[in-house]
Ligand binder design. Structure first.
Ligand code: G3H
Ligand code: 13P
Ligand code: ZN
Ligand code: NA
Length: 281
């Protein structure tokens, strides 16, 4: 059943764990996340993200997710990931119960002003808002100076106070995707400082490719929602490739193996995040 997103993250913060938020790409990957949540007895954020929306459109993405999720026994939230300005309002109209508005590319004052407006509209519908401060590079993008990407602690304090966001996504050494070389270690001290001045649960995007020990340290420092996509997509892909290596099999056979692998990978992440076993709580 659909559950209250704010309640989920508050329970995670109180319990010292984090909830997983994962991106779907088609029916099979949506099913994989829900089956993973059922197997792990975990709630799950189903994220409609930046790959799916241009592919099928926001409405179809939402309808597909909702129809499949309604058949499941899992506790889920349908969340808009990295929503641009127009899309967050469209998502609210469609029935999303959780949104991320991403104004991180905007000048700071504009990010504050637009985020504050999104928060006012979303809160009037009882919908919590995640926003982002700092810049998250892609895995294949060379980074000379990490400090230019990091979330600034003083800006984070002002941003949360002036916008009223429910969750803040921070940049602390993470990348979208899995880095080919050694990853930058997370700046755990910065997470603690941002947590101390903002008081809101923090979100770590780009959780694929982050070592388990750093995930655990990030939770202890104040992260209570992790976004992961690439690791699960890689698991799905490995299943497809293994079937097709054996010959020209049916698409369904390949997709079923992809789904099976992605379920296992989802359960694994839920155990690391600590949300496994918390459904119904
Ligand atoms: O004020 C909000 C936006 O500018 C538009 O919102 O599309 O839900 O009317 P709306
Ligand atoms: P990864 O692909 O690195 O897991 O990032 C996912 C993400 O942040 C989605 O918002
Ligand atoms: Zn992200
Ligand atoms: Na990543």
């Amino acid at each position: 059943a659909q559950v209250d997103p704010k309640g989920l993250v508050e329970a995670a913060a109180a319990g010292g764990y984090a909830v997983g938020a994962f991106n779907m790409h088609n029916p099979e990957t949506t099913e994989a996340l829900l089956l993973g949540a059922e197997q792990a007895a975990s709630p799950v954020f189903l994220q409609v993200g930046r790959a799916l929306v241009p592919h099928v459109g926001l409405r179809k993405a939402y309808e597909m997710t909702r129809r499949i999720a309604e058949e499941s026994e899992a506790e889920y939230v349908i969340h808009l990931d990295h929503g641009p300005w127009d899309e967050v309002f469209e998502a609210i109209r469609l029935g999303f119960t959780s949104i991320m508005y991403d104004g991180a590319h905007l000048p700071f004052e504009e990010n504050i002003a637009t985020t504050r407006h999104v928060v006012e509209v979303a809160h009037s519908f009882g919908i919590p808002v995640e926003a982002e401060l700092g810049r998250i590079p892609d895995a294949d993008q060379p980074v000379d100076d990490w400090t230019a990407y990091y979330t600034d602690v003083a800006e984070a304090e002002r941003f949360v106070a002036e916008t009223g966001v429910d969750l803040l996504a921070v940049s602390v050494g993470i990348v979208h995707g899995v880095p080919l070389a050694d990853p930058q270690p997370l700046d755990i001290q910065r997470i603690k400082e941002i947590k101390a001045v903002t008081g809101v649960p923090l979100v770590l995007h780009g959780a694929s490719g982050v070592p388990d020990a750093e995930i655990t340290a990030a939770i202890d420092a104040g992260v209570h929602k992790f976004n992961a996509d690439t690791d699960l997509r890689h698991a799905f892909r490995a299943g497809i490739e293994d079937v097709w290596k054996q010959g020209d099999r049916q698409l369904e056979e390949a997709m079923a193996e992809g789904r099976r692998r992605m379920v296992a990978a989802t359960v694994g992440k839920m155990r690391v995040y600590g949300c496994a076993g918390t459904a119904g709580g």
